[in-house]
Design a protein. Structure first.
Ligand code: SAJ
Length: 438
C-alpha cells in the first residue's frame, strides 16, 4: 500500500495500529490511539502483563493520572487488545516499537529486546506497513541496525516494501498520559514523505508540535536532551561539593544564581536514577566511540552524578564513625519523589556501599511495596537516617518521635527537604548535602 493510502487510513482512523512492548511508554501510547478510535493490537512477552491489560487493569505501579480509566474504557470497547502473539501484527498498517534499550557495563547498548522485536515483526508484517521505533536509541541505530535487520527479517526493502521511522518517546513517570498529549515530538522518517505521514499519525494524539526530521536528528534530539539534563545536574552536584568544602550552602547559592538571567541551575541531590537520565548520555557518547571525537564532558558528568551515593555514605560515616554493625535507615528507595519507580535507584547504590562498609541497612519507602511499613519502627536502633528520595510524606515527620526511636539522633538530608530549625529543635544532628553553612 503506498504512503498515500496509509495517510488516508491514518487520518480517517481506519488504520490498524500495533504496539510492541506494553510498559511505561507502549501502554499509554496504545491506550491513547485506541481512545481515538483506532483498532490497536498490543504485543508483550510477559503473559501476566497481557492478561492484566485485557482485564482493563494497568500493570504500571505508581500514580498515573487517567491511565486506569482510559485502559478500562479501551479494553471494554475492544479498541485495545493485548497478546503475546506476534501474529496479531500481521494485518497492522502501523507498528510502534517501545521495548527497553539498556546499556551494558561498557555503557554500550546491546539491543537484545529491540533485535528480537525486529526479527519477530519482520516475520509477520505486511507490505506497506509503517514501523516506528519509539524506544530511545543510540544515534546511528536506525541506519546501522534497525533498517538492515528489518529488511533481512521481512525480505522487503525499506522505503518500498515498508516504511521506517524514529519518534523518540518523552514520557515521565507520574505524567505518562499528560506528557504524551502535551509534549512535542520529533518524527524522523526514511524519507520526507514518511516523516510527513508520521506527522499525521502523531498529530492524532499529540496536542503540541510534531516536528519532521531525518533519523539521525531524531535520535540525537532525545539523547542530547537527557545528556543536557545530566550535565546540568552534575554541575549542581559539583557546586554542592565545593559549597560543603567552603562552609557555604549550595542551596542558597543556587537561589541567588538563578536570579541572574539564563542561569537555571538545577538541584544537587543524593543521586541521579531512573530509566532515562543515567542511560541516555551513554547512548549519545557511544554513538561516536569509533570516531575520533574526544567526548569528555558527558562521561565526566555521569561520573559526578553516579558518585553522589558514595558522598552520601561519607556524610553518614563522618557522623557515625566506623559503619561496622551500625544500623542505618534509608528513607526513599524510588529514584524519584512520589513515584514507585525504582530503576537505577541511588538508594540501591547507597545500600550497597553501606553494606560493603559493614553496616546493617534498613529501607523505608511509602510507595515501594517491599519497603513500606512504620517509619519509626524501622528507625528503631538506627545510628543514623538518610533521606535519599524527597517523597512528600517525609515533609511531615514527627521528628521528636523519630529521635526517640533511634539509637542516635543523626539525620542526613540528601534533598534539602527538611527545615533545619525544626530538626535541630528535636535534638538531631543534621547534615544537609551541599550545605555546611553555620
Ligand atoms: N535529579 C536531581 N537534580 C535535579 C533533577 C533531577 O538530582 O535537579 C535527579 C532525580 O532525583 C532523579 C533523577 O535525577 O533521581 C532523574 O530525575 P528527572 O527529574 O530527570 O526525572 P526522569 O528520570 O523521569 O526524567 C524524565 C526525562 N524525560 C524523558 O526522558 C522523556 C527528562 O528528559 C525530563 O527532563 C524529566 O523527566 C523531567 O523534566 O521531569
Amino acid at each position: 500500500m503506498a504512503l498515500t493510502d496509509l495517510r488516508k487510513k491514518i487520518t480517517d482512523r481506519s488504520a490498524r495500529i500495533g504496539v510492541i512492548g506494553l510498559g511505561y511508554v507502549g501502554l499509554p501510547v496504545a491506550a491513547l490511539f485506541a481512545q481515538k478510535g483506532y483498532d490497536v493490537a498490543g504485543v508483550d512477552i510477559k503473559a501476566e502483563r497481557v492478561e492484566k491489560i485485557n482485564r482493563g487493569i494497568s500493570p504500571i505501579e505508581g500514580n498515573e493520572p487517567g491511565l486506569e480509566e482510559l485502559l478500562a474504557g479501551v479494553t471494554q470497547s475492544g479498541n485495545l487488545k493485548a497478546t503475546t502473539d506476534y501474529q496479531a501484527l500481521a494485518d497492522r498498517d502501523v507498528v510502534l516499537i517501545d521495548v527497553e534499550t539498556p546499556v551494558n557495563d561498557q555503557h554500550v547498548p546491546e539491543y537484545q529486546a529491540l533485535k528480537s522485536a525486529l526479527k519477530s515483526l519482520g516475520g509477520v508484517m505486511k507490505k506497506g506497513v509503517l514501523v516506528v521505533v519509539e524506544s530511545t536509541i543510540m544515534p546511528g541505530t536506525m541506519r546501522q541496525i534497525v533498517k538492515p535487520l528489518l529488511e533481512e527479517s521481512s525480505g522487503m526493502a525499506c522505503g518500498e516494501g515498508f516504511f521506517l521511522g524514529n519518534c523518540p518517546e518523552r514520557v515521565m513517570p507520574g505524567k505518562l498520559l499528560a506528557n504524551l498529549r502535551a509534549m512535542s515530538r520529533v518524527v524522523g522518517g526514511d524519507s520526507s514523505e514518511t516523516s510527513a505521514v508520521m506527522k499525521d499519525l502523531y498529530q492524532q494524539v499529540v496536542e503540541a508540535d510534531v516536528d519532521e526530521a531525518d533519523w539521525i536528528t531524531a535520535e540525537l534530539v532525545k539523547t542530547v536532551e537527557n545528556a543536557y539534563r545530566d550535565v546540568q545536574i552534575a554541575f549542581a552536584n559539583e557546586v554542592a561539593l565545593i559549597s560543603e568544602a567552603l562552609g557555604a550552602s549550595a542551596w542558597r547559592v543556587r537561589e541567588l544564581v538563578r536570579k541572574s538571567p539564563g542561569r537555571e541551575m538545577l538541584l544537587p541531590g543524593a543521586g541521579v536514577g531512573g530509566h532515562c537520565i543515567p542511560k541516555d548520555p551513554w547512548l549519545l557518547a557511544s554513538s561516536v566511540r569509533n570516531k575520533n571525537v574526544d567526548v569528555r564532558l558527558i562521561p565526566a558528568a555521569r561520573s559526578v552524578n553516579s558518585d553522589m551515593p558514595r558522598h552520601m555514605r561519607d556524610l553518614i560515616a563522618n557522623q557515625v564513625g566506623d559503619l561496622t554493625e551500625k544500623r542505618i535507615l534509608l528513607m526513599g528507595y524510588a529514584y524519584l519523589e512520589n513515584s514507585d519507580d525504582t530503576r537505577d535507584s541511588p538508594s540501591e547504590a547507597l545500600r550497597r556501599l553501606l553494606t560493603e562498609a559493614g553496616a546493617e541497612v534498613v529501607i523505608h519507602d511509602p510507595f515501594v511495596e517491599e519497603f513500606t511499613g512504620d517509619l519509626y519502627e524501622k528507625a528503631g536502633g538506627c545510628s543514623a537516617a538518610a533521606l535519599v528520595t524527597a517523597h512528600s510524606e517525609y515533609k511531615s515527620i514527627d521528628f521528636p518521635l523519630l529521635a526517640r526511636s533511634m539509637a542516635s539522633p543523626i539525620l542526613v538530608d540528601g534533598r534539602n527537604l527538611w527545615d533545619k530549625k525544626i530538626v535541630l529543635q528535636a535534638g538531631f544532628v543534621l547534615v544537609r548535602l551541599g550545605d555546611f553553612s553555620q
